[in-house]
Design a protein around this ligand. Structure first.
Ligand SMILES: CC(C)(COP(=O)(O)OP(=O)(O)OC[C@H]1O[C@@H](n2cnc3c(N)ncnc32)[C@H](O)[C@@H]1OP(=O)(O)O)[C@@H](O)C(=O)NCCC(=O)NCCS
Length: 406
């Protein structure tokens, strides 16, 4: 039977239900309703066989933070193929369709979280941000120095959290590479819903707000997994999200979390890899910090992507770019940065460096330097000083961080 891949025009409910089966779960009615609220039907791609959905791929139209700017990006999501139809090239066909569509829309970037790290590099996605996980035993969780809190941390109900959280988040999001802007529908249907079947045996969420001079400048949402042993409480506090607009809010919120009674350990999964917490605690090793891949980024249009972000210093870089899957990017490009803004054009000049589009993606948000890529045998220096020249342009202050999986 022939399999067709193209724009999906059926019911969003059927699209979501098919994808959930491919992910090995059954869709809950409540989740279907939330999915439909943020679903972008004109970006949905389906593989069908005799009219039945066998593969899905979707995307959100994100405003995405890159160094010094916010740009449009395709937030690729709900990519799945039914277990009955795998390894026949359906994903490849959907990726082809999707990246051509993103290109035609004039978006220079596509981003995604991968269920498995081995899937997307073949389509030109590079590892563009990392996340840190911690699991800290509370009896070893002292801060380095005792300190008085700067502002109060208040427990708030969900209604107040809905009022306060978005503004705190938005002020940070605009300046931190890796964030996507959250719509009202996103807060309403993705962030705040707290159905029991999504809690993995943990409590409903607790929300706290930090204030300085009466103005909210940080928040945390967490759950507690109850565990009473015969010797006493050993529950886990599991952080859902912590946002702090300044260092005082960050320390006060962490001091609060580390101080919650009856807790044996504090767990957090998607934290920035440069989180100041590592420098705040008395025993950094006890954080049991591990890192993992977070955002994968596809440079869909190389000139648009490089002109979309800003740069710390001015200069010129000529580079040879390989791109098998989107060959319109392949070739030699010259990038001239003036006053922090780049102009990128095809070039016949001798390249300073040569690299693949996946490598450029790894450097794009600032997660990796060109020196790191060169050390891994990925970026190659073609003219003396080429790697240093590229690093001088692309260097950023903060590690990119995407605080939510989408
Ligand atoms: C991942 C998934 C979408 C792949 O779909 P598929 O139709 O079987 O993939 P294709 O047949 O088009 O394979 C394309 C390429 O990806 C590779 N590939 C597919 N799944 C892979 C995986 N899980 N890990 C590593 N490589 C994978 C194939 O080997 C193939 O490689 P090639 O082009 O070099 O020959 C499918 O297995 C699935 O739905 N998995 C469960 C849900 C999931 O993880 N979705 C991804 C969410 S981010």
């Amino acid at each position: 039977m022939d399999i067709e891949v193209g724009r999906f025009s059926g019911e969003a409910r059927d699209f979501y239900t098919a994808a959930e089966i491919a992910f090995g779960t059954h869709a809950h009615d409540e989740d279907i309703a939330h999915f439909i609220a943020t679903f972008e039907p004109d970006r949905a791609i389906a593989a069908t066989e005799a009219g039945e959905i066998v593969g899905t791929a979707g995307a959100y139209s994100f405003a995405f933070s890159v160094p010094g700017a916010v740009v449009p990006a395709a937030g690729v999501t709900i990519v799945a193929v039914l277990p009955t139809h795998r390894r026949r090239g359906i994903l490849r066909r959907m990726m082809r369709h999707q990246l051509d569509d993103v290109h035609a829309r004039g978006e220079s970037l596509a981003i995604l979280w991968a269920s498995e790290g081995g899937i997307y590099q073949r389509f030109g996605y590079g590892l563009a941000s990392l996340h840190a996980s911690i699991k800290l035993a509370r009896d070893r969780a002292a801060l380095r120095l005792p300190r008085e809190p700067v502002g109060p941390v208040r427990l708030v109900n969900v209604a107040e959290a809905r009022q306060v959280f978005p503004a705190v988040h938005d002020a940070i999001a605009a300046h931190r590479p890796g964030f996507f802007a959250r719509s009202d529908a996103y807060w309403e249907h993705e962030f705040f819903p707290d159905p029991q079947h999504r809690r993995d045996g943990r409590s409903a969420a607790f929300d706290v707000v930090h204030e300085t001079n009466g103005a909210a400048d940080g928040y945390a949402r967490y759950r507690i997994k109850d565990d009473w042993e015969h010797v006493g409480p050993n529950s886990s506090l599991v952080l859902v999200e912590l946002m702090a607009a300044n260092p005082d809010a960050h320390v006060d919120l962490w001091a609060y979390l580390l101080g919650v009674d009856l807790i044996g350990q504090i767990e957090a999964w998607d934290q920035p890899v440069d989180d100041p917490l590592l420098l705040l605690v008395a025993e950094p090793r006890r954080l049991r910090a591990t890192i993992g891949d977070a955002l994968w980024l596809r440079i869909v249009d190389v000139a648009g992507a490089l002109e979309g972000r800003t740069y710390r210093s001015d200069g010129e870089l000529v580079f040879d770019l390989g791109d098998e899957f989107c060959d319109w990017n392949a070739g030699t490009w010259s990038m001239t940065v003036q006053d922090g803004h780049a102009r990128v054009v095809p070039s016949r000049a001798t390249a300073h460096i040569a690299l693949d589009v996946t490598d450029l993606a790894a450097a794009y948000l600032g997660a990796f330097s060109f020196a790191q890529l060169a050390a891994a045998g990925r970026a190659r220096e073609m003219a003396e000083g080429g790697i240093g020249r590229a690093d001088a342009l692309f260097r950023t202050d903060r590690a990119p961080w995407c605080p939510r999986v989408f």
